[in-house]
Design a protein around this ligand. Structure first.
Ligand code: ADP
Length: 327
């Protein structure tokens, strides 16, 4: 195996997601296994600019596989959006002799890496770490499975009270541009309606079905809405439904940040370990400026610039399943 890098840096950037620690652990231990020096970069690109970088050993990543968040912390960096910021970042890497970067983050972080690798001679490899699962070219992103399981657990609890009181509940889950958390958690909790940014919301259709339920005196109805739905979030939906069904008890529950935290699921730990391992192997084998994904249970290496928002890709099959199973 030809070795082209000797010192690598690893960072987490953008929105945090459960399982990032498992990925850091895999990168560090795989790097050390291959005799590389591995450096942890704190707070994503901002730490790179501020030279907040430290050498990592095997014990630096002991006992973290089960922890949510990220031991390297994460940040959004305005400075890195400018050339001057990226030049500072490059100078810090050069000074330390770091000749490869692993970036664990979402599509924004990948866009930053594309710019950086185009301007400077630092090979970058991305690992998709985002709860939104909105990156084209991978069936999994680190954190999605945990976030969905958190949402499912919470929605199940809300369903109990919804059922006891004959109420309509509108539950808002995360997903500004992507509806996967809403879709998966909605199907898994038997939601009657799932509202996502990728599909136009037909509010009149929902009103009509609720009026029919009201007529039959069966007012239990669960609506899961992604925060970025085209019609608006849970509060907007509630307002319009209440206007049209003045007698109905319609409650809103916004799950919010609980979806980001917590101990990563087994699946997230597994994919983080696998992606972390393959990210380092890629740097060593000369597969540069790509991100590692998993498709059909095989590793998939895609150019970083292909990691665009996966908008509009929700399959018709899923939408049909939602409709049939809720009827
Ligand atoms: P995520 O990686 O979760 O999608 P962001 O979109 O906030 O999160 O991106 C994380 C960071 O990546 C930004 O704060 C910025 O520093 C960097 N970044 C994003 N887009 C660009 C860009 N076009 N050029 C340079 N850096 C970028």
């Amino acid at each position: 195996m030809e070795k082209k890098v000797s010192k690598i840096g690893v960072m987490t950037s953008g929105g945090d997601s459960p399982g990032m620690n498992a990925a850091i652990r895999a990168v560090v231990r795989t790097g050390l296994y291959h005799g590389l020096e591995v450096y942890g970069i704190m707070r994503g690109y901002q730490g790179l600019i501020e030279d907040d970088i430290y050498k990592m050993e095997s014990r630096s990543v002991a006992n973290i596989i089960q922890r949510g968040g990220t031991i390297l912390k994460t940040a959004r960096s305005k400075e890195f959006m400018e050339y001057e910021g990226r030049k500072k970042a490059y100078d810090n890497l050069k000074k330390r002799g770091i000749d490869g970067l692993v970036i664990i983050g979402g599509d924004g972080s990948f866009r930053g890496a594309v710019k950086f690798s185009q301007e400077f001679d630092i090979p970058c490899v991305g690992i998709a770490g985002t709860i939104d699962k909105d990156i084209l070219g991978t069936d999994f992103t680190i954190g999605f499975d945990t976030a969905v399981n958190t949402a499912v657990e919470a929605i199940d609890k809300v369903r109990d009270t919804m059922d006891a009181h004959d109420r309509i509940f509108i539950i808002e889950v995360m997903g500004r541009d992507a509806g996967y958390i809403a879709l998966h958690s909605g199907i898994a909790t038997g939601a009657e309606n799932i509202l996502i940014p990728e599909r136009k919301t037909d509010i009149n259709d929902i009103i009509a079905s609720l009026k029919e339920k009201e007529r039959r005196k069966k007012m239990v109805n669960l609506i899961v809405v992604a925060e970025g739905d085209d019609f608006g979030g849970a509060n907007e939906v509630q307002k319009v439904l209440q206007e049209n069904l003045p007698k109905a008890e319609i409650r809103v529950c916004i799950l919010g940040h609980i979806q980001r935290g917590g101990s990563p699921s087994c699946i997230d730990r597994l994919i983080a370990s696998r992606m972390g391992y393959h990210a380092v192997e890629s740097l060593i084998e000369g597969r540069h400026n790509i991100f590692v994904g998993i498709q059909n249970n095989k590793m998939n290496y895609m150019p970083l610039e292909n990691a665009v928002k996966n908008k509009g890709k929700v399959s018709d099959e899923w939408m049909k399943i939602v409709k049939i199973l809720a009827s």
